[in-house]
Design a protein around this ligand. Sequence first.
Ligand SMILES: Cc1ncc(COP(=O)(O)O)c(C=O)c1O
Length: 533
Amino acid sequence: MCSFMFQPTFQSSQKQKRFGCFKTFALRLHSMLHCDYFKAQKMELMLRNQEHFLSKIATNNGHGEDSPYFDGWKAYDSDPYHHTKNPKGVIQMGLAENQLSFDLIQDWIMNNPRASICTAEGADDFKDIAIYQNYHGLPEFRNAIAKFMGKVRGNMATFDPDRIVMSGGATGAHETMVFCLADPGDAFLVPTPYYPGFDRDLRWRTGAQLVPVICDSSNNFTVTRDALEAAYKKAQEAKIKVKGLLITNPSNPLGTILDRETLKSLVRFTNEKNIHLVSDEIYAATVFKSPGFISIAEILEEQDMEGINRDLMHIVYSLSKDMGFPGFRIGILYSYNDAVVSCARKMSSFGLVSTQTQHLIASMLSDDHFVDKFIIQSKHRLAKRHGVFTKGLEQVGIESLESNAGLFFWMDLRRLLSEATVEAEMALWRIIIKEVKLNVSPGSSFHCSEPGWFRVCFANMDDETMRVALRRIKTFVLQTKGGQEASAKKQCRRQSLQVSLSFRRMEDIMMTPHLMMTPHSPICSSPLVRART
Ligand SMILES: Cc1ncc(COP(=O)(O)O)c(C=O)c1O
């Protein structure tokens, strides 16, 4: 379009002059439209105008993209931090990626070139791997996954390779599970706070609903029987059919694990109501500190669980977090119910893991020596990183929920809110992303019932970036009114912290073009942030 406008079709000098002005204007407009922010807005507008071409199900808003969780990623994408190229950019702390142990994987790949079939050593296997395979998956892949699942659960439970169904990541496994178990309009109970992707994965294409089970900090977000009953009753009153309960153990975003008694009470609850229990255990091997991880599979093998209907029990797993392979899209649906296994297997044609990946993973996970070393090292590195971050924040009076798993922690900034509202949380989030230049995710995007909590991911960056991120948060807190007192008082076991930013200052921030939010960002009613203990 622009090149067309620049064609020199005018002859007279007057016309050429006018054309010159027009050309400058067009060039400016062109460069404006090509800066990321305007590009995104233009694209958004274009898509909105074209939505009537799409199906109702495609446009049902079930994707849940209009959330600060995804807005934060967009803010990072338009201004990503780099040590030398963009040292003032946004640091991504909103992505639960495990990048701390890649060197171990790289070593293994270098030492096992045969496992990657596109190498001189592996080329002999190429043809057998590259042709169509059936959707059950390579037997060696399912065997290796079953063994690995047992290993990361301390060999306290065994897994049957014939019950392993593969999918495109845990994302695909969740959707397949709901497709198998629920009709449109049916619901799953989900304890809060929960992973925002569930809104998309479980609801968008299936038409199912999620009913929150409200948990709060008064008991460290424990999922109680009362909270479950309340959510169940609410659904019944709204004439919504509850088909199951979805738990995440270890929890994203809390980084905590469910203890034995809680797990048993959840199994009993679902069994009594005759609904399904789906346990998302994709962070199983990230538990870096005691108490150890307990899988629902281990609970089912206990004596007092003998009468439990196993047809209602299912596990979702993936190698995205435990091994740090989200790009390989290795998702697993494991069900104790034969009908679910059979239905999910038929569905798996839509999201198979490529046979090259299956082949590579089968070789890697069959190497016991490597796997044992990897699991230990990975936990050790996660523990260290978690410790540096949480302890560093404690020095300036910032607490987080006690946790021992995951690739994140749950930071408590309630004291920095002007008031206990989602609007105040969003105002603080905007300051953190625009001024402190950190993409942490606000609790409201995890459906947290209490404003002021933020999820901070810590394993997707190198040590240097971690130091910069930590320094930025600390500086921010210490610069805030009363921040220094807070950190001093913290050492005396008394805490006090205040943030005060003037309306003008906030306006400046809000109006800085490259800091402006995406069209999805909710605008808070008052940008004045003032927090007290
Ligand atoms: C609890 C939980 N379940 C599922 C997923 C999706 O995982 P995958 O990348 O394997 O699709 C995530 C990703 O962050 C997650 O945190």
